[in-house]
Design a protein around this ligand. Structure first.
Ligand code: HEM
Length: 487
């Protein structure tokens, strides 16, 4: 009732809650997409709720995505929200522990390292890592079995990403102590650390030790590469070692090390969750898994040759698997920004004040039937131009080059305003790892399809629920799959 007395007609409608500080934290936290959809039905695309005492304004749909993700630097700020969580894990002077203009330069370095030549070298590295993993992992010994797929995909993701982006020296250290250290770093990414960042949480000492030790490992590798005059590698570390900021300062070693941590952490959670969902979806649709295998046989012949970067473009269904899985299982369900100056919402009477936090949720439009017919159905064929379920923005797509593009300092990126599908975000904070993630996920999927047939343990087409308890959403565990080797 107290909240109703203070309703401000110039602010978006407030989601009602009986609890003053907790507000809707619990209902939101248990299942963010359902919370967004139910309140969108009640209040429209723009509404406010209380998240841990903070007025949090959600604005969903393409207009909301544009309003928040393409917000001006004077109006919205990401680092103010994220730095408490990321700085202790990544380290100083990178990403959100520096002015936004520096992040834009750092993103530019990372983006230009990802050349076609680099990707050509990554696909064989990723394929080999997957093949070796499948051969040496005890859970995949024999002709068939049941496995909780999530930890397996987490390992495959970290081995493939570290080897391709950071080189063999770093990859080999994951068989020694680096895996445990990254595990300790990961504990710094728990939602409790976000909520109680000022508290002396018991695992923070281990997190801080892990941060220092991992950074030192990278710095030692950089030093030894410099001593050897090693410049040949296509990995990201080699590129950053030769990068210079606009002010003429060469990227310092500790920043390269911290960017390496940031890169691996950013990619790890999102790609490992997505690859686990891909495998779970394939287990629920063995017919599609068979179609994927036949797609490769048709493209390359019955004796499948080693996979090359150029081959991925010859496998449209394999590409669509990744796209459709990210439509329904985007690992980042909420993207937040602090409000730096009052922001009028175009076409409404609302002005978002500076004591609100803005929250974008691109996943809402990606599962809205206004844009995607039968939105809850996982159907990779819908990404073909003339399937009954093809979304209208794909069916009516003009040349992609005509999409509005903008340069925030890290190269031209599509503004993404016209699209209801933005699993990689939009605007100045847009993902620079999109192409890498696609190449990694498509390669992993193609190699697994060559080796296995999957199905659900009970043979049904059911799919497991989502775990929203960590900052990145992922499948609930154990997420068991029945596998059988292909002869
Ligand atoms: C940013 C999603 C993989 C590096 C983002 C954002 C999203 C996203 C939604 C925007 C965050 C925001 O606006 O606050 C994903 C998904 C991935 C993925 C769904 C995989 C399926 C990767 C990989 C890398 C990476 C593999 C590294 C190689 C980054 C970086 C940013 C970013 C550096 C920029 C952060 C910023 O500017 O604030 N990603 N990502 N991501 N991602 Fe990814």
């Amino acid at each position: 009732a107290k909240q109703l007395l203070f309703v401000n007609p110039n602010e978006p409608p407030m989601v009602f809650s009986w609890f003053p500080v907790i507000g809707s934290t619990i209902t939101y936290g248990m299942d963010p997409p359902t919370f967004f959809r139910e309140n969108q039905k009640k209040h429209g695309d723009c509404f406010t709720f209380i998240l841990l005492g903070k007025k949090t304004t959600v604005y969903v749909g393409p207009n909301g995505n544009d309003f928040i993700l393409n917000g001006k630097i004077k109006d919205v700020c990401a680092e103010e929200i994220y730095t408490v969580l990321t700085t202790p894990v990544f380290g100083k002077d990178v990403v959100y522990d520096c002015p936004n203009s520096k992040l834009m330069e750092q993103k530019k370095f990372m983006k230009i390292a990802l050349t076609t030549e680099a990707f050509r070298s990554y696909v064989p590295i990723i394929s080999d890592e997957v093949e070796t993993y499948l051969k040496r992992t005890p859970d995949f010994k024999g002709q068939s079995g049941i496995v909780n797929i999530c930890p397996k995909m987490a390992q495959i993701t970290i081995f493939t990403a570290s080897h391709s982006l950071q080189g063999k020296e770093i990859r080999d250290k994951f068989d020694e102590k680096l895996a445990d250290l990254y595990h300790d770093l990961d504990m710094g990414f728990s939602p409790i650390n976000f909520m109680l960042h000022w508290a002396p949480l018991p695992w923070n000492n281990r997190r801080d030790y892990a941060q220092r030790t991992v950074a030192q490992i990278y710095m030692d590798v950089i030093k030894s590469r410099r001593a050897k005059g090693d410049k040949g590698a296509q990995d990201m570390m080699a590129h950053l070692m030769n990068s210079t900021y606009k002010n003429g300062v060469q990227v310092p070693d500790h920043e390269i090390a911290h960017m390496m941590i940031a890169l691996l952490m950013a990619g790890q959670h999102s790609s490992s969750s997505t690859s686990a969902w891909i495998m779970l979806r394939l287990a629920s649709r063995p017919d599609i898994m068979e179609e994927l295998y036949q797609e490769q046989v048709k493209a390359f012949g019955a004796h499948l040759p080693p996979l090359k970067y150029e081959d991925l473009a010859k496998l449209p269904l394999n590409q669509a698997i990744v796209k459709e899985t990210l439509r329904l299982h985007a690992p980042i369900h909420s993207i937040m920004r602090a409000v730096k100056s009052p922001m009028p919402v175009p076409g409404t009477k609302y002005v978002i004040p500076t004591d609100h936090v803005l929250l974008a949720a691109p996943g809402v439009s990606a599962s809205d039937e206004q844009y995607f017919p039968q939105p809850d159905l996982w159907e990779p064929h819908r990404w073909e131009p003339d399937h009954p379920l093809t979304p209208s923005h794909v069916r009516n797509a003009t040349n992609e080059d005509e999409e509005e593009k903008i340069d925030y300092g890290y190269g031209l990126v599509s503004k993404g305003t016209a699209s209801p599908y933005l699993p990689f975000g939009a605007g100045r904070h847009r993902c620079i790892g999109e192409h890498f993630a696609n190449v990694q996920l498509q390669t992993i999927t193609a190699i697994i399809v060559r080796n296995f047939k999957f199905r659900n343990v009970d043979g049904s087409d059911k799919v497991i629920g989502t775990d929203y308890a960590s900052l990145f959403s992922r499948p609930l565990e154990p997420a068991n799959i029945y596998w059988e080797k292909r002869n």
